[in-house]
Design a protein around this ligand. Sequence first.
Ligand code: F6P
Ligand code: MG
Length: 444
Amino acid sequence: MHGVPPSLSARVVGSFAYLTVRDRLPTILTKVVDTIHRNKNKFFEEYGEVGIQAEKQAISLLSKLRNELQTDKPVLALTDGLPDTDSWNQYLERQQRLQGDQEPVSWFKSPWLYVECYMYRRIHEALLLNPPISDFDVFNEGKTQSFTESSQAVMSLCTYLEGIKNNIDELSKNPLFEHFSKLMQVSLWGNKCDLSISAGQENSQKTSPLDSLYSLLPFILVDDTKRVWSALISAQRPRDSGKNNADRVDIVLDNAGFELVTDLVLADFLVSSGLARQIHFHGKSIPWFVSDVTANDFQWTIRQAMATNHKWVSKCGVQWQRYLKEGMWCYHDHPFWTQPHEFCDMAADAPDLYTTLQGADLVLFKGDLNYRKLTGDRDWEHTVSFETALRGFGPAPLCSLRTLKANIQVGLQPGQGEKLTSQDPSWMTSGKYAVIQFHNPKSE
Ligand code: F6P
Ligand code: MG
């Protein structure tokens, strides 16, 4: 049995956590303030003077937040009385107990995962406390822009998908696996396009993702695609329809924009190829880590796809809407996804969500933040197994599709991490490397 290493924290001066708390988070907060300010006229047109007052109040709360962060003040309890407020405040007490009474929980001294999640919840609070602009998504502009700027890549991906679907019934297992593997990789590299690593700077997909897959293969440090495939195949059950398919694949979504399109394309392929009968998507219930998918982003993206004048993109959009209407696809946003917990706490702290995930034949976790939560955002040795780092989390066979953007990576071969560090010191944080990492709790 391995001991559990400490959480990553900005306490380690010079670490990526430290640089994030010192530089990236204040930059994100400044952008949020600018965005609200830029929308002042819109608030005035919609709500009159009350809108202007709300804009001022929200900006003042956010400036205070930035000051608390930059001067390493204690983390404060939330006051907005949302259904999850108590749970956040209890989590703060839990952190305080873990840290001991010597020093308060604070931005530079406490776990990076916790304080970073808390920042996004405080941004939400600043807006919530200021109706009528409570529903304003400060990250919306960036997310829609990132979708629009990826339009060429979206077109080539949808065209590719429609090409496969045209003769999908004739495909034997081998070519089906090849397409599956390609679309997993497209979804994997789609995770490069998040707006949080770039602190909200434009970060869209300009070229066809399919053209670069081969040259990107050496950057996939762990590739468990074959194991994921076996899990899907072994979950196939005969149906009344005459098809054999797995019952359900869940996708825990990450970013809106191009990444979401890659996930929708993968989901479409899984259903139309008969590999799965249903897809459950899990998104965020509040704006989160700049570009994460909310219900609004999810619906907006599908509507945009339907409305484009590109034949295959709009065909995909119409099909996706139909899947939703017919219940083959559904979207959930459990509050646990926007809390700071390590996923090993899910069974105890969100048992209903854990039970939901247990109903899946496979759960795909997209992106870096989900990887950090899967592995507890801890300072693990690179050779520790994924299973060990999951610390008992395993509601169903699961796979992380993640480009590396934080100082954490497990499940590597002895010497692999050291070699990478000598070749490219920023390998863990540049988003250039990736993993497709699988764990099957049923086979352990
Ligand atoms: O800033 C923290 C962080 O987790 C980074 O490591 C990463 O850049 C980003 O937030 C989230 O990335 P993703 O959208 O892939 O979860
Ligand atoms: Mg994200």
